[in-house]
Write a protein that binds this ligand. Structure first.
Ligand SMILES: [Cu+2]
Length: 432
């Protein structure tokens, strides 16, 4: 109950928190209350950023899902489309949601030009249902439909992906999340439950298909196959308890960083951890093949939420360019302009000017290729791309409202202000 009271107080609801604490632990164990003191049974459905959950049908007490592996056109953000592979028309495929103890059947139809399988990553099941082509089953040939059927014996944040020509099929976008809710209500319930997958893509500038042979120099870094500014915001009402579940099926580890709070790392493939194992962090590495759940109490504002690898918050860029930092290019620019009339020298003082040049049309760039840094906020260019979104928390948001509330209006006196325009202002100490 201690941490429960702490989170309610952090949300400015101290009085309510004390009242709840006083109201006997056994009631809480039966039907946990949420931040607004309402009793709740069962779980909150997960909210897949830019995605969806797969509906099922009940057949003889079995929850039956149907995934279709296929190719389609996918948009990473307005301005870049690609032929991708995924499930049921989307990358990532739809999130599968079920409850611990469920018997489930998943039909998998292969509409690709080559064979496939699906591996249920982190899920405890019979060996023959594990989906490793050639080991646990024959491959699913083009046109065939296979059934996987097993009983869910655990809860947690899991994933699914092919285990056949993996390098190609995952590079093309085949993956999804598999969320198993616990059978019993959670002792510390959450009000909002988000999930997404981390991935990387070798979408070389000017091309329309991911290159599966690339191992290091990727061009696009995505949350659920979208890049900033096309990634949905994580929206919450002040004081709500928010969980964000992340899975990584890319080829890099991603230190995911959130501004404005110390979140708790509360779970993984191993389910929700005992509260004694929760850790306070500001950045959590989600390693390749891992899942991590973080939870926090929503604090009003617009808060950046991103991978902390700086290149992973950029869109397509040339990786093998000479370093122009500190180089006076004025003489050279005249010469180059004779051959390339649109050429503009850039990067002497840094790269922030890149966004202004692109916005002004000076750098049209290759076809079907997003600018490296994009986005406009209330105070100017955001200069981000890739794995970046915002946590948007407002006092007046209705419970269950996930729509983008626009930009935060900071209370007067709470925004950093300009003191001087003189570079020699003041007397800052310098060592030595
Ligand atoms: Cu990263």
């Amino acid at each position: 109950m201690i941490s429960r009271r702490r989170f309610l107080q952090a949300g400015g609801m101290g009085a309510l928190g004390s009242a709840l604490t006083a109201r006997a632990p056994q009631a809480a164990a039966q039907a946990p209350a949420n931040a607004k003191g309402q009793k709740r049974r069962g779980h909150v459905p997960v909210r897949t950023l830019n995605g969806w959950s797969l509906p099922h049908v009940m057949k003889d007490g079995v929850k039956e899902f149907h995934l279709v592996a296929e190719e389609f056109e996918h948009e990473f953000a307005p301005g870049t489309v690609s032929k991708c592979w995924g499930y049921n028309g989307t990358t990532p495929g739809p999130t599968i949601e079920a409850v611990e103890g469920d018997r489930i059947r998943i039909l998998v139809t292969n509409r690709l030009g080559e064979h496939t399988t699906i591996h249920w990553h982190g899920i405890i099941l019979p060996s023959g249902m594990d989906g490793v082509g050639g080991v646990s089953q024959p491959h699913i040939q083009p046109g065939e439909t296979f059934a996987y059927e097993f009983t869910l014996k655990q809860h947690g944040t899991h994933m699914y992906h092919p285990h056949a020509d993996e390098m190609v099929q995952m590079a093309a976008g085949m993956m999804g999340m598999f969320i198993i809710h616990p059978k019993e209500p959670e002792p510390v319930p959450v009000d909002r439950d988000y999930c997404f997958l981390l991935h990387n893509w070798a979408m070389h500038p000017g091309t329309y298909r991911p290159d599966p042979a690339v191992m290091v120099e990727f061009d696009l870094w995505t949350f659920n196959s979208k890049v900033f500014p096309a990634i949905d915001p994580i929206v919450a009402r002040s004081g709500e308890r928010v969980r964000v579940r992340m899975g990584n099926l890319s080829m890099w580890n991603h230190p995911i960083h959130m501004h404005g709070v110390q979140f708790h790392v509360t779970g993984s493939d191993g389910g929700r951890w005992p509260q004694s194992q929760w850790r306070s962090e500001a950045t959590e590495i989600v390693a390749v093949g891992q899942t991590r759940d973080i939870e926090f109490t929503a604090v009003p504002g617009d808060w950046a939420f991103h991978c902390h690898m700086a290149h992973h918050t950029m869109n397509a860029m040339g990786h093998e360019i000479p370093n122009p930092m500190g180089v006076d290019q004025t003489g050279v620019a005249d010469e180059i302009q004779k051959m390339l009339p649109g050429f503009m020298p850039m990067g002497r003082y840094g790269m922030a000017e890149h966004q202004d040049h692109v916005d002004a049309g000076h750098h049209p760039g290759p076809r079907n290729t997003l600018a490296m840094m994009v986005g406009k906020g209330p105070y100017g260019n955001i200069e981000m791309g890739g794995m970046f979104t915002l946590v948007k928390v407002r006092d007046d948001l209705a419970p269950g409202d996930y729509s983008d509330p626009g930009w935060y209006k900071a209370p007067q006196g709470t925004v950093a202000w300009k003191v001087s325009g003189d570079p020699d202002y003041g007397n800052p100490p310098r060592r030595g």
